[in-house]
Ligand binder design. Structure first.
Ligand SMILES: [Zn+2]
Ligand SMILES: [Zn+2]
Length: 316
């Protein structure tokens, strides 16, 4: 099974400016003039092996939307602007009538704002099941498409839409997955999701601030993360930001992600909900610092780490 990241940015969408693209091109050319290329393969290898990610690529700017592939139906976590790209991908492939299951961490705008642009929701015969632990689920989707905020009301989208409010402490069978949730510390609450199938466990945990969890292995969140093959984790802030300037803002940090993952024997930690103020170079450094911190546990933990970007695919 695979996990594909359509949107990875926290709080609001961002995009590269012309100046930032120019800076990347200039840096790539400066590096390239030191090499001789005899064919296209040489150039491809140079890009992949010699240029750092912040020069050759970009972390992207879509807000939260993650697809979990490998089940009988489409499974998505959150409906940020990445959902628009997912929908266009589906339309481009000529996919017929389908069932889409969208699991909402919470209803903040960066997690719902892609839905009005989700083309499969306009096609009759498609079935879209939207799950949340928030009772205001359906109302919040209606509100963002009401005049004067948006010209197309939710009811004008022709697909069949079902809004389903879940309860914690229960396990649901949805789209071939065993799904459960946990309440998380965030303004207005957010919820993490655990997806299990064929002996694999994927946890999606975004928009969550962990205050005392690290210091007590009995905390429910440690059990929730326990033995996950992949943990997608809100690490919008550095440790200093999360404990000083931005305490109680509802987000966690890279270092707490490592601590919780090691404590819970997580196999692969994917840092997620990237800070919109960070450019690609800053995010590259953020990942490197996190990897350095993980070396503390190199003798005792096989944990691996990555930093999510739009277009990342992880094999689980
Ligand atoms: Zn968010
Ligand atoms: Zn939020």
């Amino acid at each position: 099974m695979k996990v594909y990241f359509w949107g990875t940015r926290g709080s609001l969408p961002v995009s590269l400016t012309a100046r930032e693209v120019r800076t990347k091109i200039a840096a790539a050319i400066r590096e390239a003039v030191q090499h001789n290329f005899s064919n296209g393969t040489d150039i491809e290898n140079f890009i992949d092996e010699k240029l750092p990610f912040f020069i050759r690529g970009s972390y992207g700017g879509n807000t939260s939307c993650v697809e979990i592939r490998g089940g009988d139906e489409y499974i998505l976590c959150d409906a940020g602007t990445g959902l628009r790209d997912f929908g266009n991908y589906i339309i481009g492939r000529g996919v017929g009538k389908s069932v889409y299951n969208i699991f909402m961490s919470h209803l903040h705008w960066d997690h719902i704002q892609g839905f009005p642009f989700f083309v499969p929701a306009f096609i009759p015969g498609n079935q879209i099941n939207i799950y949340s632990f928030h009772p205001e689920l359906e109302d919040s989707f209606h509100k963002q498409q009401k005049t004067p905020s948006f010209p197309v009301p939710l009811d004008s989208m022709a697909a069949e839409k079902r809004f389903i409010v879940l309860e914690t402490g229960r396990e649901y069978q949805i789209g071939g997955w065993a799904v459960s949730g946990i309440r998380q510390n965030h303004p207005g609450d957010s919820y993490g999701y655990c997806f299990e199938r064929d002996g694999k466990k994927i946890v999606y945990s975004t928009d969550s601030e962990h205050m005392e969890d690290v210091w007590n292995n009995e905390q429910p969140i440690i059990s929730f993360f326990r033995n996950a093959d992949l943990l997608i984790f809100d690490s919008q802030y550095s440790f200093m930001e999360s404990t000083h300037m931005k305490e109680n803002w509802g987000h966690s940090s890279n270092l707490l992600g490592v601590e919780l993952s090691v404590a819970a024997d997580v196999k692969y930690l994917c840092l997620f909900h990237n800070e919109p103020a960070c450019n690609d170079e800053t995010l590259d450094r953020f990942l490197e610092k996190t990897k350095k911190y993980l070396k503390i546990y190199s003798d005792t933990s096989p944990l691996k780490i990555c930093l999510a970007y739009d277009g990342l695919e992880i094999e689980v």
